[in-house]
Design a protein around this ligand. Structure first.
Ligand SMILES: [Zn+2]
Ligand SMILES: [Zn+2]
Length: 93
């Protein structure tokens, strides 16, 4: 399940969770390919929440939750998109 929201600068954010988590544990970013403008596969950003415990892969810290969602560090997509989610908006790096 997911909720989608336009967070600006051409990025739509989806909040999703797995069956092990009662709250959002993955943030998905739909956007245009930074090189050719085609629809880019969403970048999935795992959050540091209990269902990820013990998982040593990279994950992001939630500095602020809810509508003012702020994550650190920055997020990169293989297409070249690079930026931050700050106060619920996409800020290009
Ligand atoms: Zn999860
Ligand atoms: Zn991309």
């Amino acid at each position: 399940m997911s909720l989608w929201r336009d967070i600006g600068n051409g990025v739509t954010m989806g909040l999703a969770r797995c069956e092990k988590s009662p709250e959002t544990c993955i943030v998905i970013l739909q956007h245009k390919h930074a090189g050719n403008g085609a629809d880019c596969m969403a970048a999935a950003v795992p959050l540091a929440v209990p269902c990820r415990a013990g998982n040593k892969e990279n994950y992001w810290t939630v500095e602020k939750a809810g509508l003012e969602l702020t994550l650190s560090p920055s997020i990169s997509c293989p297409c070249g998109l690079h930026g931050f989610i700050r106060d619920g908006h996409w800020v290009s790096a």
